[in-house]
Design a protein around this ligand. Sequence first.
Ligand code: NI
Length: 652
Amino acid sequence: MTGPTEGSGLADLTYDEPSGHPLGPLTPPEIRAAVSAVRSSGRLNENARFASVTLDLPDKGALISHRPGDPVARRIRMIIVPSADATVVEAVVDATDGRLLSWNEIPGVCPALLFEECMRVMAAVRASSEWRAALERRGIKDVGQVQIDPWPTGNFGRGIETNRRIARCLSYFREEPGDNGYARPIEGLIVTVDSGRGEVLEVVDYGVVPLPPGKGSYYPEHHQPLRTNLRPLEITQPEGTSFTLDGNLLRWQGWSMWVSMDPNDGLVLHQVGILDHGRRRPVLHRASISEMVVPYGDPGPIHGWKNAFDAGEWGLGRMANSLSLGCDCLGAISYLDATFCSERGDPYVVEHAICIHEEDFGILWKHQDLHANRTEVRRSRRLVVSSIATVGNYEYGFYWYFYLDGTIQFEVKLTGILQTQAVAPGGTSSFASPIAENLLAPYHQHLFCARLDLQVDGAVNEVHEVNAQPLPLDGRNPWGNAFVAVDVRLDTELAARRDIDATTSRTWKFVNPTVRNGIGQPVAYSLIPESSPTMLADPTSSVGRRAGFARHNLWVTPYSPEERRGAGDFPNQHPGGDGLPRWTEADRSLVDADVVVWHTFGLTHVPRPEDWPVMPVDRCGFRLVPFGFFDENPSLDVPAPDTACHDHRVAD
Ligand code: NI
């Protein structure tokens, strides 16, 4: 890798024209033109809403072969909600000339929850006399003190929910507006609302549970005195940053990539590659979190139906925060804004939705040679591309890291506030942790489905599984110490449904069989998983069927532009079976194919008292490390930061 040669003109020429590039971000004029095209088609009435408006990227082959001066195809894909029913329209518009290219009405599916209908749902609940009566049974007279959280409902085959868009509402008590509502769940009360029509369908009260006494504040005024012995820790980069941004095209130390924000997936990286001795070598064509699910483990009527798909039911990009310097990110920061379309069809911008910065990351490599009396140490640093989404009570921070040694890492930081359950004094549960007086937090999982569209030195990649396996005690292994790294190619989709195994140090290797490194091996990148769980819910359960992607840690499919999300395009209220389980049932061949890897990872959360009233960050993720992609350690050309870090004479 030769980072400093960046800008020397050796980079792939595709990268010289970020404006008007197929991967450039969606612009407000494009959104206006697309909305105008579908409105003027006469097929929509004024009640139609725009659930999502995104760039419909050209086919992978066309994107890879795009060269400066080529015509730039800009198509916009829109998911439109035409009426109060569970039907959507998928429309595609040519953004350059406003032509309506396709119009596909899909009955029986629901988009992510619309913000406008969430407001309508809350208003309907507030107006419900049954709900007010349930509050009065709990001594709550002022409905202004009640926080209402609309939830996606899942699909439990209930007749009253058929062909409707549904929200299920939970209520929380806030004595004062600034209170933490999750400290005082109004337990036992659930309201089911037709969110398309704003009509309360059902109010169920399972019985009064007293409000927990604590207020669960995490505000500084309630935690005085604050500690006073934290001295300033400042990051200074007196010569500026080592990365450059050209529109949404990011370059750093040989790495280059396009960065964008998708309403569903949140952060998306495109065409991630690295310069190696003047040659740009692709690694990933596109990488994002395609779906996630949070199944709760409590079987009772209040919490048993909770299994949030925070991408497909809410949208990790739609819920993205505007980030603040010195708070969310520290140091010399560059931000990217994200442009979205409102539900009424107007473009709007979330400023500072994506943060880009560098971090010192301890040592990169070191050796002290006692014979030569010489030490060499290098500092590691990483490029960070991040965004944070708030989905109801929870925050998810999404962090891509790029390192000087060719490693790519993805990390989710989980924080925010737990889902809670009130219990009578002395009450306990087998399915929830006590976190405060008369307050429990149900066990749950967070399972993310990363979609990694590979391009390791070219489009055709193989996926191998590597397991460290001990040999039996025999003539070949007389001391019983021997183990081998067994490398097996995964040739079909069913064979490539795999799970993590820490006992064999299992990794998956993405191999380009047509490109060899300096010692004759096919070049590869390896996926190093963490000790991630798979889904604990039964595969035949509602969430088990709807989040089938979470049953395995690894899936591999041949590239298909229609296969975008692990649970399918419309997981909200879906009966299940869509996405990875359905596609891979065809057991397509993965040999000589352009493959997409889907990695499900996450954590099982047994809450602690220390997670209350606001959770210190927990984390999960994975790493992609070069495995024979380079001929040797690619960071030997990193200079020592100080003369004291090399040629240091050890005192004798
Ligand atoms: Ni959690």
